[in-house]
Design a protein around this ligand. Structure first.
Ligand code: HEC
Ligand code: HEC
Ligand code: HEC
Ligand code: HEC
Ligand code: HEC
Length: 423
């Protein structure tokens, strides 16, 4: 593979490996990332902040940071998750193993960010408070996202950055803690810090701010494409009153803070597919079931033995899989003879297919819409006596792992295993 390919990436991921029909030489016509960042002189914190905020305000909503984190919250020494965790210990323990907590330390994100000067963009979703950015963007040269004008942030807080999508990213807005509003007439809030109830806090808007973004950048070989919000709206769950929070933050009767009154308090796991970002660290299975329901039956179809596989998106409120365009669900069958030897195999990939060069383009999409079912009638080899059927969720291909030099980064989980024999 030519080293020219190292200039390719996708905002959200990348699979820039040439297919056999596209030899590495074709890399010559790839519009390589020619961008460079320019650090401009500081005019003082106030002026720099004003410039940065004006710049971000001119950009689409999903490119904007989520607040500054610069104003102290009365009652709290600082905004770190560790501080919140001293009182909100259960919530903290859930968040700590979530993908949100790993959104900055994610080795794949780190690898991708080395490959383009578009990384100012990544920060706005992956570590979204301005105080967590080493530098602020104050403009772009020629409107090119890979040629940002940056200014050093004197208030930069590295530990808050490393917490990724930390408590404060969702809950802190200039000088106060926003939440769903726990107080009732009988049980007023016992919070030792400023609190403001926001009726929108249980709406999908808290999530789609980052999970709904579809952007292409003219001439660039990366895209930002997360369509989860629209997929959910198009399916049955929106009308049924089931949103992102209902499924990904299910309620549990417990105190919201150590030693407090029992309330209805959301889990903070956001499991999704449950593929770890750091080996062994992921929310427990109970957080949410796999999206897929899989059934297999060995039956006679007009005198011919067939293995019938039924794959249903039974539990995901959006496409299965959703999010990053490189995710897929793999179905596999291994037929065994009476002696346990493999006598045939079958597999099927459920996901999107993208071409990344010369410019990103979606070629195919066979994902399962919410509650949609797909049935497969698979030929059974004559000597087969049983079949092992598995399903697994994948985040990226081994080729992309190698391209980013990610070593033994976890990339998949097995979700289903069935053993089928003739009836
Ligand atoms: C609009 C907000 C947004 C921006 C901007 C953004 N991301 Fe993401 N990113 C997300 C969301 C949401 C997910 C979760 C989707 C998923 O895991 O499938 C994600 C997931 C990822 C993942 C993990 C993918 C996986 O399959 O686990 C990587 C790596 C990543 N982003 C890299 C980047 C890089 C590099 C940039 C900057 C060039 C960037 N992102 C900019 C919102 C964003
Ligand atoms: C010294 C203990 C303490 C610390 C530190 C603390 N909290 Fe709280 N917080 C509480 C208590 C107590 C409540 C009220 C619980 C109740 O009334 O049931 C609360 C309430 C909340 C609520 C609910 C607000 C509402 O009514 O909607 C949120 C959200 C919250 N805290 C977030 C945070 C975050 C984020 C941090 C860290 C930046 C933090 N807290 C730090 C003790 C603390
Ligand atoms: C500030 C941006 C942001 C907000 C707000 C946000 N997310 Fe995320 N979310 C992300 C990013 C970025 C990732 C992936 C991080 C990575 O893989 O590096 C992610 C990952 C996830 C995952 C896990 C995917 C996996 O398989 O591990 C789920 C589930 C999820 N988010 C659900 C939600 C829900 C529900 C909400 C609303 C309550 C929400 N998110 C709010 C940015 C955000
Ligand atoms: C991705 C956004 C996000 C992050 C990160 C996040 N929360 Fe929340 N939090 C929410 C949402 C949404 C709710 C409201 C859920 C509901 O009431 O259905 C909530 C509710 C709460 C509540 C009130 C109890 C409840 O469930 O209504 C507390 C307290 C709280 N969060 C503390 C924290 C702490 C502490 C952290 C970090 C360890 C944290 N949150 C991280 C989105 C977030
Ligand atoms: C009906 C319940 C339900 C609703 C509603 C729902 N989700 Fe999910 N979501 C799931 C399940 C189940 C999975 C696990 C899918 C799997 O097995 O990979 C999932 C997976 C994910 C993932 C990880 C990518 C993947 O395909 O595994 C992200 C990110 C996500 N959801 C975000 C959201 C956001 C954002 C919303 C709201 C717009 C939302 N979800 C609404 C149930 C739901």
């Amino acid at each position: 593979m030519g080293s020219e390919l190292l200039f390719l990436l996708a905002c959200t991921r990348s699979a820039p490996v040439p297919t056999p029909s596209e030899p590495a030489e074709s890399a010559a016509h790839i519009p390589v990332a020619t961008g460079h960042a320019t650090t401009v002189a500081s005019e003082g914190l106030e002026a720099d902040l004003a410039k940065a905020q004006a710049f971000y305000a001119s950009r689409p909503e999903y490119e904007q940071p989520l607040g500054t984190g610069l104003t102290p919250v009365p009652g709290l020494p600082d905004l770190s998750a560790d501080t919140c965790g001293a009182c909100h210990t259960e919530i903290y323990d859930e968040w700590k193993v979530s993908t949100h907590a790993a959104a900055w330390t994610d080795p794949q994100l780190q690898a991708e960010m080395q490959k383009s000067e578009n990384r100012w963009l990544c920060r706005n979703c992956h570590t979204p408070l301005l105080v967590a950015h080493e530098q602020w963007a104050v403009g772009l040269e020629d409107d090119d996202v890979e040629r940002p004008l940056l200014v050093d942030n004197p208030s930069f807080d590295a530990s808050l950055r490393d917490e990724g999508i930390t408590c404060a990213a969702c809950h802190v807005r200039e000088g106060t803690i926003v939440g769903p509003g726990l107080a009732t007439p009988d049980a007023p809030s016992a919070a030792p810090h400023a609190v403001q109830a926001d009726p929108d806090f249980t709406s999908e808007k808290v999530c789609t701010r980052c999970h709904q973004a579809t952007a292409t950048y003219p001439g660039k070989s990366f895209v930002c494409t997360f369509n989860t919000g629209e997929e959910w709206k198009a399916g049955p769950y929106d009308e049924e009153g089931t949103n992102c929070i209902s499924c990904h933050m299910p309620p549990e009767d417990r105190p919201a803070a150590n030693g407090g009154l029992e309330r209805t308090v959301a889990r903070h796991w956001w499991r999704g597919a449950g593929i770890a970002k750091h080996a062994g660290v992921h929310p427990p299975d109970e957080a949410n079931p796999p999206g897929l329901e899989l059934e297999a039956e060995w039956a006679d179809v007009g005198g011919v033995p067939k293995l019938t596989l039924t794959a249903t998106n039974a539990n995901a409120g959006h496409m299965l899989p959703t999010g990053d365009p490189e995710r897929w669900v793999q179905l596999e069958v291994v037929f065994l003879d009476a002696g346990g030897e493999t006598v045939g195999t079958w597999d099927f990939r459920i996901g999107q297919t993208w071409e990344w060069h010369p410019l990103p383009k979606k070629l195919d999409d066979n994902r399962l819409a919410p509650r949609a079912t797909r049935t497969f009638q698979i030929d059974v080899p004559v000597t087969a006596a049983s079949a092992k059927v598995t399903a697994s969720s994948h985040r990226m291909s081994p080729e992309t792992v190698a391209y980013h030099d990610l070593g033994d980064y976890p990339i998949s989980v097995v979700t289903h295993g069935l053993f089928v024999t003739p009836r």
